[in-house]
Design a protein around this ligand. Structure first.
Ligand SMILES: Cc1cc2nc3c(=O)[nH]c(=O)nc-3n(C[C@H](O)[C@H](O)[C@H](O)COP(=O)(O)OP(=O)(O)OC[C@H]3O[C@@H](n4cnc5c(N)ncnc54)[C@H](O)[C@@H]3O)c2cc1C
Length: 607
């Protein structure tokens, strides 16, 4: 989700321990979605195996030849642990089980995804769990050049096969996987080329300043490391293996975004395979609508990005503090909530003074690392100033800590750990997202503007109780002046306009036991209650589409894209008249719905 998440990691651990018990109590039942029912009217559905519309073995063989053998039919990655499966391998199984919680495992596998529910929990590497291919794509194109992507799009279009795009498989919304589909795996579309200045193709302008052209499968860690060798960096995310494809098509926030703008704001040019199967360049001088939509309009909707050129920056020196403000006296939650609300009310002013960072808080949480029965409440933050000084950091925090001491004498203990880092990469090595994957995790989130954070701290404190819901909540100070004043090339981009006035992205996650639809629904409803507290606090913002709740409000299009939605929907219709690319929640997806494991037209939307 983002950079440091000490509490979240611990919370997830605790929930993981409880998950098998919950699952056993509930019995193994089919999961939340994608139950295999072929009851859609087949003529108006995408083709599925075993029905007449599905391409013949000869079609697939010819397709594979055209790809020089890059068509894969991978077994479910968890199948090595299931004795009934062809790929069963008792020796490999323990390693897969261990690696299942790492982001690296899912990124390196052609079909695996981080969050088990998106493969319908259909082949977990656990004893006693069911295992089938039912939750995964049928075929995968292992693309290493734009031509492979083009062939895949053309094949899916011609044969009416559902098409998905997977890069790392990190998507919290489940957009990078689908059953009965052909998947384009963009992980191996890599490579980096740096520029001292950049002239977009067919433009008469040269854009001054350094830039990098990268493949969409490039991970944050690769990008940061390569650029650091040149004393440069880029706006990127907290997870090492998050890749450019999904990250910047959704918007892309990071520690550097309050200073330089969102990742989507840095893009100078893209190469894209369109849903009609053309390889095009999109920039401010050609394919301008596509260029606008691909920067914030969401992944796998308007085309498949096969390379991107984005601005880079001289790496800043970072003046940082890792700050803990805690109490063990949590019998009365009121002062803890008031303290957290007070600290959050300083965020807009902190942001205006150049602070960026990630905060985590809870009125009361029992921390397993403290022996399991110590309950603590308070606030933790990793904060940074760019090219600044320890004195400047103290000038920000000293009055806040003094106010806390004066208002709640003796209640809280503040432990600041200041540090200076010579580069962004040096900071990132200590602060990258160290959470884990391989569970059924659902998110909720909301952007918080100045009014939400400052207008009425008592109201914020009241909202905090529901927002935290006995767990940990997060407020990422990842927007601010750089995002408000960003000047994306071509006069704008499709990023949700609420980013331009919000300081905080407030996500949180919760885990459900696998194979238990009722429990998953209960978790989603709980998340919705928490998000509702934030909607009431910030009624005029919206949510970041890459890290949001699945129980979509009726106006989800507005929540994710605001006033940009009508233009995005028009562009989608023009670029993808046949809905070759379809996902949810994605622009223009209203004409189709998932019926069991099929994708079918909504009646009244025949063409
Ligand atoms: C550990 C972790 C840390 C994170 N930290 C941050 C953070 O700091 N800031 C932030 O903004 N977000 C963060 N995220 C969220 C991240 O932005 C989303 O998970 C995003 O969807 C990941 O993109 P991906 O390409 O890596 O993943 P995928 O799951 O492979 O793809 C995500 C979506 O993009 C589409 N897509 C992928 N490649 C392409 C392409 N080439 N062309 C078109 N569509 C494509 C997919 O079809 C899917 O719809 C984090 C996520 C995780 C798991």
């Amino acid at each position: 989700m983002s950079s440091p998440s000490p509490w979240r990691g611990r919370l997830v651990c605790a929930l993981q321990l409880a998950a098998p018990l919950l699952s056993a109590a509930a019995g193994l039942t089919p999961s939340l979605q994608l139950q295999p029912r072929h009851d859609g009217p087949s003529s108006s559905c995408k083709a599925v195996p075993g029905t007449p519309g599905w391409p013949s073995p000869q079609d697939w063989a010819r397709f594979n030849e055209s790809l020089a053998g890059r068509l894969l039919q991978p077994p479910p990655p968890g199948a090595v642990c299931h004795s009934g499966q062809a790929s069963y391998n008792a020796t490999e199984c323990p390693a897969v089980r261990t690696a299942w919680s790492t982001y690296e495992f899912h990124a390196a596998d052609p079909i695996s995804v981080d969050w088990n529910q998106w493969a319908n929990d259909s082949c977990l590497p656990q004893e006693g769990a069911p295992c089938s291919r039912q939750g995964y794509p049928v075929f995968v194109v292992n693309a290493s050049e734009a031509r492979h992507v083009q062939l895949a799009v053309q094949f899916a279009r011609k044969h009416n096969v559902r098409l998905v795009v997977k890069s790392s498989g990190h998507d919290y919304m489940g957009r990078s996987n689908a059953p009965n589909s052909l998947s384009i795996w963009t992980h191996n579309l890599r490579g980096l080329q740096t520029h001292n200045s950049f002239r977009p193709s067919r433009c008469n302008v040269t854009i001054e300043g350094t830039a990098v052209t990268a493949g969409p499968g490039t991970s944050m860690w690769e990008l940061y490391s390569a650029l650091d060798a040149l004393n440069q960096t880029v706006v990127g995310g907290g997870g090492k293996t998050v890749s450019l494809g999904g990250y910047l098509t959704g918007a892309g926030h990071g520690l550097l975004s309050p200073w330089y703008g969102l990742a989507a704001d840095q893009v100078l040019e893209m190469e894209v395979v369109t849903p009609t199967g053309e390889i095009v360049t999109a920039n401010e001088c050609q394919n301008e609508d596509l260029f606008w939509a691909m920067r914030g309009g969401g992944g796998s909707t308007f085309g498949v990005m096969t390379s991107v050129t984005m601005k880079t920056f001289p790496t800043p020196r970072l003046e940082t503090v890792d700050l803990i403000i805690l109490t063990t006296n949590v019998s009365d939650p009121r002062p803890v909530l008031d303290m957290i609300a007070y600290v959050l009310s300083n965020f807009p002013s902190f942001g205006d003074q150049g602070l960026s960072g990630y905060s985590y808080f809870s009125p009361a949480i029992t921390d397993p690392d403290l022996g399991g029965n110590t309950t603590i409440g308070g606030f933790i933050m990793s904060a940074a100033l760019r090219d600044s000084s320890p004195e400047a950091m103290s000038r920000l925090w000293d009055p806040v800590l003094a106010h806390i001491n004066a208002t709640w004498p003796g209640l809280f203990r503040a432990i600041p750990r200041p540090a200076s880092y010579p580069s962004f990469l040096a900071w990132y090595r200590d602060h990258y997202d160290q959470s884990t994957a391989g569970a059924d995790i659902y998110l909720g989130s909301r952007l918080l503007d100045k009014a939400a954070l400052t207008a009425d701290p008592a109201k914020t404190a009241a909202a905090l109780q529901r927002w935290c819901n006995g767990s940990v909540a997060e407020a990422f100070l990842v927007s601010g002046k750089g995002v408000f004043d960003a000047r994306p090339r071509g006069g704008g981009n499709a990023v949700l306009p609420a980013w331009r006035k919000s300081y905080v992205h407030a996500p949180f996650g919760a885990e459900a036991p696998p194979l238990d639809p009722a429990a998953a629904l209960a978790v989603l409803e709980q998340i919705n209650t928490r998000v509702q507290a934030l909607r009431e606090l910030a009624p005029d913002t919206g949510a970041y589409v890459n890290e949001a709740s699945l129980l979509l409000p009726p106006d989800w299009q507005h929540a994710f894209w605001g006033s940009n939605y009508p233009r995005l929907a028009r562009i989608k219709r023009a670029l993808d008249p046949d809905d070759v690319l379809w996902c949810t929640p994605c622009v223009g997806n209203e004409r189709w719905r998932q019926v069991g494991d099929r994708l079918c037209r909504v009646s009244g939307h025949q063409h």
